[in-house]
Design a protein around this ligand. Sequence first.
Ligand code: NDP
Ligand code: MG
Length: 389
Amino acid sequence: MRRISILGATGSIGQSTIDLIRRDIASYDVIALTGGRNVDQLARDAIELGAKLAVTCEPALFGALKDRLAGTGIEAAAGDVAVAEAASRPAEWIMSAIVGAAGLVPGMEAIRQGGTLALANKETLVAAGPLVMAATRDHNARILPVDSEHSAVFQALVGEDIEAVERIIITASGGALRDWPFERLARATVADASTHPNWAMGQRITIDSASMFNKALELIETREFFGVDPAQIEVVIHPESLVHALVGFRDGALMAHVGASDMRHAIGFALNWPERRELPVARLDLAKIGTLTFRAPDPQRYPALRLAQSVMEAGGQSGAAFNAAKEIALDAFIAGRIGFLDMAGFVEDVLDKMWSSDGLNRAANSLDDILETDRLARRRASDLIAISA
Ligand code: NDP
Ligand code: MG
């Protein structure tokens, strides 16, 4: 039996992972499930999957979780430290599907115990790519990408030499507001930005898809994961979301990964790797689909993409600040305190300030440096947003 854990089990990726595990439960020994506010779901899944440990990151919900697990023999715990401890328990395969920078410390703990980390939490690589990749080597661990674009690139590279890669093209649906006139975007509400045309995902990544902050994070994730130059990575808008990424080689060939918009493909690929097993995802009828379309993203509409290029060029701890400032701007948008188009402006102001006075280009020596930069960027973003209100 394969020992596995799922961090962020109650979320969109976590639930899709459980859907796959449930179909073949006899093959898995579930060590730990972690969640947040949704302790009902967490307890239900822990009982169904026979997990040894269930952890909520919310200390106030410890009692509620413990009550729901009473008499089952499943250990309950709560708080960030308990989530990280759960991640450090030995397992062959750990899904990293917490949302935001909160996934960084648990992900690093999982890497240190030396198994395979299935990485949905892109923030881990955006904030601390070089440290995470070094820890992976030092601890004989392995990271497999779960973000659909990165899974697609990974699959297109099987059997290929990374030296022969000329460029990597990741696709973007354009998100919920893709077809809105630019003038209307400033007035987009949280509800407007929260309905994705093709993918069912958590609310935060859905809004990040509409602003393309998600794609901006993915550009940085591509650079950190595959070690290519920023100039080799491109974004193309592909409204059908069926081609997930393409890899261009020096002989001019483009290898595309095509499949249904269903995260269970990328999750299942990481779960079954290096084998390919049957997965419950739709098979595409290309004749019925007929047309696949592509277009260049409009830089005025998606300033996040330009910011990502600046972040990659500046290097050091810029990714950590970029992600943290973005999380605060997103919180403020969700709370109705700033407009949809204001998010990028605040993130850019935080980066400019930190590049000029906080030595953001310096490489991090440890995770503590990254966490300090994350805190500082959050404080700077909160201050700027408060002043503007
Ligand atoms: P969700 O918001 O649906 O789920 C997030 C999970 O993290 C939930 O289990 C939540 O608990 C838990 N959580 C929330 N805050 C914290 C915290 N501070 N500490 C510990 N756990 C916490 O997110 P998604 O599943 O959509 O996304 C998860 C990650 O995967 C993100 O990094 C996202 O960018 C990435 N990703 C997602 C894709 C998708 O299709 N959804 C596609 C590609 C990447 P609870 O809900 O119980 O409060
Ligand atoms: Mg993606």
